[in-house]
Every structure is written in C-alpha cells, then in structure tokens.
Design a protein around this ligand. Sequence first.
Ligand code: ATP
Length: 240
Amino acid sequence: MTETILKISGLKVAYGGIKAVKGLDLEVNKGELVTLIGANGAGKTTTLKAITGTLPPCKVEGEISYLGQPLRGTQSFRMVQKKLAMVPEGRGVFTRMTIHENLLMGAYTRNDPAGIAADIDKWYAVFPRLKERSGQLAGTLSGGEQQMLAMARALMCHPTLLLLDEPSMGLSPIMVEKIFEVIRDVSAQGITVLLVEQNAKLALQAAHRGYVMESGALTMTGNAADMLNDSRVQAAYLGE
Ligand code: ATP
C-alpha cells in the first residue's frame, strides 16, 4: 500500500493583504521525488516555509501532516528530530563554522560517532571540493560550494523527507548537473524528496510527479514524464 509521507490540504497563506497561497492540496508518497514548479512569486517558497513552520508573522490556514501526524505548531528544531530536512533558498549554511563543523551540526540528533564519521567521508567523496576545504569557514565558500554543503548537511540526519528550495539557483551549468545527479541518487536510495524549482525541465526530468503552481494555486499535476510532453507546460515553462 502507498504510504503518504506528506499531505497538505487546503493550505492558505496570507502576508497581510497578499494571498501567497490560496488553497493548496499536495501529497508526497514514500520514495517519490515530487517537484513543485512555477514562476517567480507563485508561492512555492511560501509553501515550503509553511511545511517547516518558518514563516514570518502571517495567516496560515489548512492542514499539513507528516507521517500521519499534524505538523503545524511543531518547532523548527524538532523537524530534524522527525527526520524532516530542508535545504532553504540561499542555502542557510552556518557561515561562521567550517565545512566540517557544518556537517557535524547536520548530525546533531545522531549518537553514532563512527557512522557520522563514515557519512562525512562519504560526502567528501561525493564532493571532493568540500574535503579540500574542510577547515574553511562556510561563509567564505562560493555559491556552488555552499549548495553542496547545504545538501550534504541536510542529508547527515538521514532524512525521511528532504525539502529542496531552488537548488539550481545561481549555479553554473556544471554545478547544476552535479547537484541534480546527487538529487537523483538520493531519491534512488529511497529518500522521499519534495523539490521546488524554477528549472522546470531538469526538475521534471528528475521527478516522478509534478505540480505546477501559478499565483498561489495549483494549475496542473501529473506524472512528470507526461508533464514534460504537455504543450501547455512546454510553452509556459520549458521555453519550447
Ligand atoms: P521565487 O521563485 O521567486 O522564489 P516563489 O514561488 O517561491 O517565488 P514566494 O516566495 O512564496 O514565491 O512568494 C509568493 C508571494 O508572497 C509573492 O508575491 C511574494 O512577494 C509574497 N511574499 C513572500 N514573502 C513575503 C513576506 N515576508 N511578506 C510579504 N509578502 C511576501
């Protein structure tokens, strides 16, 4: 039977008079890589922030459940204990800590030093650049290096659900390719992923299912391969 990891029903978010999300229903099932695509200002980041409870003062309505339990009201630091990890837009690395310290922070809920060390070695093998610079302060890394670190740090807690906000933003084409290779690998390992992206083509190529969001509401959902071939998606998001 399909296990639903994340279920959002009737989500509405308003910042003062601005209705950023206007009644959103979305589901992510175990093992799926689901992408939420849409133009600037569609409400994608707001949706992710509603899931993690990190919105500025604003009005939120609707239900969000994770592993069958309501998530709203859960303090952000408890999310990692629940194995829900997020890589925010702008990466959110601890700028005054080294790469190594950032990775250790990602594992702060774990109590298996040997496993933590092995995981850090694994991520250093995936991203040799991080290994070369392990003692460097994260704030001095390039955007691409920070993105690698943010992903590796989020994965140090062995998440059940990984939320990614625009991981390709501001990266060179080679770096975008590398990050998407890692996203596909993570998904192949069975980690459930919700990926917010403006690069609709790459996102739909990697995903199992997709949702299109416009002005705070969903306008389309379906199998990612079908969406790639949909003429409306091609015209609006794939530049074809
Ligand atoms: P982008 O791809 O550009 O990041 P997005 O789809 O993630 O866009 P959001 O960042 O969720 O969109 O923004 C949705 C709407 O809510 C926008 O109109 C934005 O201006 C507004 N908004 C977002 N954050 C705030 C805030 N803190 N205060 C007021 N309005 C906000």
